[in-house]
Design a protein around this ligand. Structure first.
Ligand SMILES: N[C@H](CCC[C@H](N)C(=O)O)C(=O)O
Length: 277
C-alpha cells in the first residue's frame, strides 16, 4: 500500500507527518520506529499522524510517536508543523485550529507571516509531573545520582519535563545527565531533560535531551517548561526569547495556575514523499 508523507521540522526538530484523514494508515510503535530510523527509514525525531477529531469541539486529532516508537502526550514543534500541514494539504482553510492530543486539546493560530502561535495549555508543577510523591510546595527537587546531587524543577506540559539550570548550555553535561535522569526510578515513564542558561530575565539558552529521541535541535514543550519553571522560581519575565541549537522560540507565560503558556515559532516543510507499507 502506498502512503504519502511530508518531511517537516520545527527549528531542526524533525518529523514525518502522515495524513490519516484521507489515507488509511494504522500507525504502530514498530512502524514509527521504522519510519524514524535515519538509515533504514525516512529519519526523524517524531512521527506525527493527523486523524479526524474524536469530539465535535475540535478540528483534528494528532498523535505523536517518538523515534523509539513510544506514543506521547504532546509535542510543541510538532503542533506548529501540524498546523502548517493541514492547511498546505487542504484539510482545512482555518487559521485558528483546535486539535486533540493524548495530553489534551490545544489551539493553534497560523499567523500571516507563516509563524504559528500555540496555546500550549497550563504548566503543571504538581507531583503528577513527577511520579514520586513530593511536597507540593517545593519548586525544585534534588536527586542523588552517581556523580552527585542534581537539582531540577519538575513541570508537565502534558508530557513530563525536568529543568536543570546551568551556567552555560555549551558545557552542560547533556549526554551524561540526560540519560541518567531518564533512567532514575523517580521517572518510571522517563522524562524530557532541559538544560537552561539564564542570559537575562527575558532571554534563555536551552538544550533538551528528549524522552524517546535523545538530544534534539529544539523542543517546543521543553521551551515552555523551562520558561514556566524559570518564572515560577523568580528568574524570568513574562515574555522570554528561547534560543535553542536549532533556532529561536518566543514563549509567554503570565504565571499563576490559570494562565496557559503561549509559544510562537516557525514550521518548515522539507519534502513530500511516499512509502510502500
Ligand atoms: N520527546 C517528547 C515528545 C516530543 C516533544 C518535542 N519534540 C517538542 O517539540 O515538544 C516526549 O517524549 O514527551
Amino acid at each position: 500500500m502506498t502512503v504519502k508523507f511530508t518531511k517537516m521540522h520545527g527549528l531542526g526538530n524533525d518529523f514525518v507527518v502522515i495524513d490519516a484523514v484521507t489515507q488509511r494508515v494504522r500507525m504502530s510503535p514498530e512502524l514509527a520506529r521504522q519510519l524514524a530510523d535515519r538509515h533504514f527509514g525516512v529519519g526523524c525525531d517524531q512521527v506525527l499522524v493527523v486523524e479526524p477529531p474524536h469530539s465535535p469541539e475540535t478540528d483534528f486529532c494528532y498523535r505523536i510517536f517518538n523515534a523509539d516508537g513510544s506514543e506521547v502526550e504532546q509535542c510543541g514543534n510538532g503542533a506548529r508543523c501540524f498546523a502548517r500541514f493541514v492547511r498546505d494539504h487542504g484539510l482545512t482553510m482555518k487559521r485558528r485550529i483546535s486539535v486533540e492530543t493524548k495530553g489534551g486539546a490545544i489551539t493553534l493560530r497560523v499567523e500571516p507571516d507563516g509563524q504559528v502561535t500555540v496555546n500550549m495549555g497550563r504548566p503543571r508543577f504538581e507531583p503528577t509531573a513527577l511520579p514520586f510523591q513530593a511536597d507540593r510546595a517545593r519548586k525544585r527537587y534534588t536527586l542523588e545520582l552517581e556523580d552527585g546531587p542534581v537539582s531540577f524543577a519538575a513541570v508537565s506540559m502534558g508530557n513530563p519535563h525536568a529543568v536543570i539550570r546551568v551556567d552555560s548550555v555549551d558545557s552542560a553535561p547533556v549526554a551524561r545527565l540526560g540519560p541518567a535522569l531518564q533512567a532514575h526510578p523517580a521517572f518510571p515513564k522517563s522524562v524530557n531533560v532541559g538544560f537552561m542558561e539564564v542570559v537575562r530575565r527575558d532571554h534563555i539558552r536551552l538544550r533538551v535531551f528528549e524522552r524517546g529521541a535523545g538530544e534534539t535541535l529544539a523542543c517546543g514543550t521543553g521551551a515552555c517548561a523551562a520558561v514556566a519553571a524559570g518564572r515560577q522560581l523568580g528568574w524570568l519575565a513574562e515574555r522570554v526569547r528561547v534560543d535553542l541549537p536549532g533556532g529561536r522560540l518566543s514563549i509567554r507565560w503570565q504565571g499563576g495556575r490559570k494562565h496557559p503558556v503561549w509559544m510562537t515559532g516557525p514550521a518548515t516543510r522539507v519534502f513530500e514523499g511516499q512509502l510502500e507499507l
